[in-house]
Ligand binder design. Structure first.
Ligand code: F6P
Length: 527
């Protein structure tokens, strides 16, 4: 099946996007899809009808629909960890039963949501002014990203997100908090993650140092209630979740508590409803009208087909500034693998490097390379038709204009002839005109997609996040990998644990390589 994609990509790589538009007046409509409240336009790519057929065939060949149903049904599709994958159950607000090992999980999910709501309401009604979520990876990035994205909806206490084991993170955060008015949420699925447990201990010491009793100051969000209890957090302050909720898919449940505290239960449920609406679309739309499937196929076209190793995510929304970081974990931890589910080597590239920054800031930083560098970087623009600052509509119009201008510039480019004319207008001639013109050429024909949403409300954010989750799932299914484990993070963790005593000088470093030994000597000399 990959051979067909490779030959389609070979035929498509020099295809002119502008010519595709010239030939087909309906192209924008034909290569766009709407779902829930969103529009995904992938017409500014080299994908034509034939290559789309090849991509759809790839999805069919990989049994995307059957795998999708298996995920929603609670089958153990996370085969390397022997787990179901059911973050979708957390947003199945008014859905039917979902069974895992013959047991309907929905009553527990709904009970968990009610407990979350009760705790969030209590905190919102209390004199707590600051909530500090201590977590890392999936126990941090989702709520941190959404808290910022939905800041116009915040009517609860301030939230802070401490993740890094670098003491600077917690020190800088606590500097702005009052010990008697601060609540800590220790968010860790495993409750063993060294960064989180170190920061949690520091938080506890901070309260004690300020003579504030630690009772009632900690809430745990974890699948490991025993470890939370051992740490001293009583059962009634632990919000648990099952192992079928992966860390990077966990913001829909207890891990989203900080967000719920900030925006309230109703707005949080609107976020869940948005996710659920995207689930329904994903489950019911035909492949060629299915937004997550199409996002995945466009990604596969660019990465596995054309060999573009990275993808820039460019939200034209300042409050979505953490979305690229969130997507980095979602996509790269899920699909950054080179072994297929059956243990064989992957015959194509693993998922792409995902990176980005909000527009328009990125335009004045790295877009130079995107427009004129030697490598092609497929770009994914995200923009809302409306901002929240109604009195600043002119800002938003400029934002939209910039976003659309970038995708047009990437596609059209500027020819040498056009650049020469510009230089001639500027009064240059001869060799100087030629030399200057060459620097002003834009190769163009660079692909981009645009996701348009009405406004980044809680519900729409839910749609966006579920869209990306399912996109990652579809990509993983087509690659034949397990998108739900993360063995690649283990080795570094093990080595960090063994290096701890070497850094503090409590153990000899003899068995380490010469480079590591040299670096440790330097640390010792200056510490
Ligand atoms: O090290 C990777 C990872 O396991 C992520 O998958 C996870 O989101 C993060 O660490 C945090 O894990 P935990 O929630 O168990 O502290």
């Amino acid at each position: 099946m990959w051979t067909a994609l490779k030959s389609a990509a070979e035929a498509g790589k020099t295809r002119s996007i502008t010519e595709l538009f010239d030939r087909d007046p309906d192209r924008a409509e034909a290569f766009s899809v709407t779902a829930c409240d969103m529009l995904f336009d992938y017409s500014k790519t080299q994908i034509d009808a034939a290559s789309l057929d090849t991509l759809i065939a790839l999805a069919k060949d990989a049994n995307v629909n059957a795998r999708r149903d298996a995920m929603f049904d609670g089958s153990q599709i996370n085969e390397t960890e022997g787990r179901a994958v059911l973050h979708t159950a957390l947003r199945n607000l008014d859905g039917g039963p979902i069974t895992v090992d013959g047991q309907d999980v929905m009553p527990d999910v709904l009970r968990g949501l009610s407990r979350m709501e009760a705790i969030a309401n209590d905190v919102r009604a209390s004199d707590i002014t600051d909530v500090v979520n201590i977590g890392i990876g999936g126990s941090d990035l989702g709520p941190a990203m959404a808290y910022l994205a939905l800041s116009p909806y915040r009517d609860g206490p301030r939230c802070h997100f401490v993740s890094n084991v670098d003491g600077a993170d917690i020190a800088d955060t606590l500097r702005g908090c009052r010990p008697d008015k601060t609540l800590f949420i220790v968010a860790s699925k495993t409750f063993t993650t060294i960064e989180t447990m170190t920061n949690a201990r520091t938080a506890r010491a901070w309260l004690t140092d300020h003579n504030v009793p630690t009772d009632g100051r900690f809430i745990a969000l974890s699948s490991n209630a025993d470890a939370a209890a051992d740490w001293g957090i009583p059962e009634d302050r632990v919000l648990g979740f099952e192992d079928w909720v992966g860390g990077r898919y966990s913001m829909w449940g207890p891990i989203g508590l900080s967000l719920m505290i900030a925006i309230g239960a109703d707005a949080f449920k609107a976020f869940l409803r948005g996710g659920q609406a995207m689930d329904r679309h994903f489950q019911s739309a035909a492949l060629h009208e299915n937004m997550p499937v199409l996002l995945a196929l466009v990604g596969i076209w660019h990465n596995q087909g054309l060999g573009h190793a990275t993808r820039a995510v460019l939200p034209y929304d300042n409050r979505l500034s953490r979305l690229p970081a969130y997507l980095q974990q979602l996509e790269m931890e899920s699909n950054g693998k080179s072994v297929a589910m059956d243990g064989s080597d992957l015959s194509v590239n693993s998922g792409p490097v995902v990176w980005g920054e909000p527009g328009t800031n990125g335009q004045h930083a790295f877009y130079q390379l995107i427009h004129q560098g030697t490598r092609v970087v497929p770009c994914e623009f995200i923009i809302a038709a409306n901002g929240h600052e109604e009195d600043l509509r002119h800002h938003h119009e400029l934002l939209i204009a910039n976003c659309l201008a970038q995708s047009e510039a990437l596609m059209r480019g500027r020819s040498l002839q056009e650049a020469r004319a510009l230089m001639a207008d500027a009064g240059l001639s001869g060799d100087e005109r030629e030399r200057q013109a060459r620097h002003r050429v834009f190769p163009g024909n660079r692909p981009s997609t645009t996701l348009m949403v009405p406004k980044v409300t809680p519900e729409i954010l839910g749609q966006i996040i579920a869209l990306y989750e399912h996109r990652v799932f579809v990509e993983g299914v087509i690659l034949g990998i397990n998108s739900f484990d993360q063995w690649g993070v283990e080795l570094g963790k093990e080595l960090a644990t063994s290096l701890g005593p070497l850094v503090s000088g409590d153990a000899p470093a003899d068995d380490k390589d010469a480079s590591t030994q040299g670096l440790l000597v330097y640390v010792k000399r200056f510490s």
